[in-house]
Design a binder for this molecule. Structure first.
Ligand SMILES: NC(=O)c1ccc[n+]([C@@H]2O[C@H](COP(=O)([O-])OP(=O)(O)OC[C@H]3O[C@@H](n4cnc5c(N)ncnc54)[C@H](OP(=O)(O)O)[C@@H]3O)[C@@H](O)[C@H]2O)c1
Length: 262
C-alpha cells in the first residue's frame, strides 16, 4: 500500500500509546512519515513534547502529546475524552512493560500495574474505539504483544501471561472486525532496541538478534492487513515456530533452561 492509500484508510489521525520511547516512538515516527497526524500517549510529557516538535518540523503533520498514566483504571476513557472529535483511524495500543525472574519474587504491586497497562488498556481502548472505527467503515487497530505471548515463558511468567491475553484479544477481534473492513494486527516482537531491557536489568548488548525499533514499526505497518498475528523478526519467527511444534512440556523445559537467572 502506498503512503496515500495508507493515509486514506488509517488516517487522518493515529493514536499511539507508549510513544515516549522504543517501539511506540518508532510507530509515531513511521506514521508521521506516512503523513498521518499523531496523538502520542505516555507519562513522560517532556519526551512526548520533544518528539511532537520533531515530527511536526520533519513531516509537517500535527503531533500532540497526551500525558496519561495507563496504570489508572480510567486510562482508556481519558484517551477517548482527549481525542474528542478527532477522526482517529488507527489505534496503536503499544505501551507495556515486563518483569523478569522467578514468579514468587515479583512485586505484587508491579504485577497489578502490569495487568492494567498490558491488558486492561488494550481491551478497553479497543472497546472504546471500535464504534468510532465502525462508523468510519475503515481503519485499524494494532496491539503490541510479544513472542512471549505465544507460549508460557518461564522466569517471565506473569509478563508472558499478560501478553497471551493480548494475543487472544487480537485473535478474537480480528475475526469480529475483518468483515467490517477494520484491520486488526497483533504485533509479537522478539528482542527489540528500546528501554525495556535496561528497565528489567538486562544488558541489551549481550542479547543477539536484536532488531531496531524503527524496523519493527515499519514492518508492522507494512503487514497491517496480514493479521491476526505478526512476528516482526525472522529469527524469532523461526525459533518460535520450532518451539510451538514441539511437545509442550519439552518446549517449556527447554525455555526454562534458557531463561533461568544465573
Ligand atoms: N523491546 C522488546 O524487546 C520487546 C519485545 C516484545 C514485546 N515488547 C513490547 O513492546 C511494547 C513497547 O515496549 P518497548 O520495548 O518499546 O519499551 P520501552 O522503551 O520501555 O517503552 C515502553 C513505553 O510504554 C510506556 N508506558 C509504560 N508504562 C506506562 C504507564 N503506566 N502509563 C503510560 N505509559 C506507560 C512508556 O512511557 P512512560 O514511561 O513515559 O510512561 C514507554 O513509552 C511493550 O508492550 C512491550 O511489552 C517489547
Amino acid at each position: 500500500m502506498n503512503d496515500e492509500d495508507f493515509k486514506r484508510r488509517y488516517g487522518p489521525v493515529a493514536l499511539v500509546t507508549g510513544a515516549s520511547s522504543g517501539i511506540g516512538d518508532a510507530f509515531a515516527e513511521a506514521l508521521a512519515a506516512r503523513g498521518l497526524d499523531v496523538v502520542m500517549v505516555a507519562r513522560r510529557r517532556d519526551r512526548l513534547e520533544a518528539l511532537a516538535a520533531r515530527l511536526t518540523t520533519t513531516y509537517g503533520v500535527q503531533a500532540r502529546a497526551l500525558q496519561v498514566d495507563l496504570g489508572q483504571p480510567d486510562a482508556a476513557q481519558q484517551m477517548l475524552d482527549a481525542v474528542g472529535e478527532l477522526d482517529v483511524g488507527l489505534v496503536v495500543s503499544n505501551a507495556g512493560f515486563g518483569l523478569k525472574g522467578e514468579h514468587a519474587a515479583n512485586d505484587p504491586q508491579a504485577m497489578a500495574e502490569m495487568l492494567m497497562v498490558n491488558c486492561n488498556v488494550p481491551m478497553q481502548l479497543a472497546h472504546g474505539f471500535i464504534p468510532r472505527l465502525r462508523a468510519r467503515g475503515r481503519g485499524g487497530i494494532i496491539l503490541t504483544s510479544s513472542v512471549e505471548g505465544l507460549i508460557g515463558c518461564p522466569y517471565s511468567t506473569a509478563y508472558s501471561a499478560t501478553k497471551a491475553l493480548v494475543v487472544a484479544l487480537g485473535e478474537g477481534l480480528w475475526a469480529e472486525l475483518q468483515p467490517e473492513g477494520i484491520d486488526l494486527l497483533t504485533l509479537c516482537p522478539g528482542a527489540t532496541e528500546s528501554e525495556a531491557a535496561a528497565k528489567q536489568g538486562i544488558d541489551i548488548t549481550k542479547l543477539q538478534n536484536v532488531m531496531p525499533a524503527a524496523e519493527v514499526a515499519r514492518l508492522t505497518l507494512d503487514n497491517i492487513q496480514n493479521g491476526p498475528t505478526f512476528i516482526s523478526s525472522d529469527h524469532y519467527r523461526a525459533s518460535f515456530e520450532a518451539l510451538l511444534s514441539m511437545p509442550r512440556r519439552d518446549a517449556l523445559r527447554a525455555m526454562a533452561a534458557g531463561m533461568k537467572p544465573r
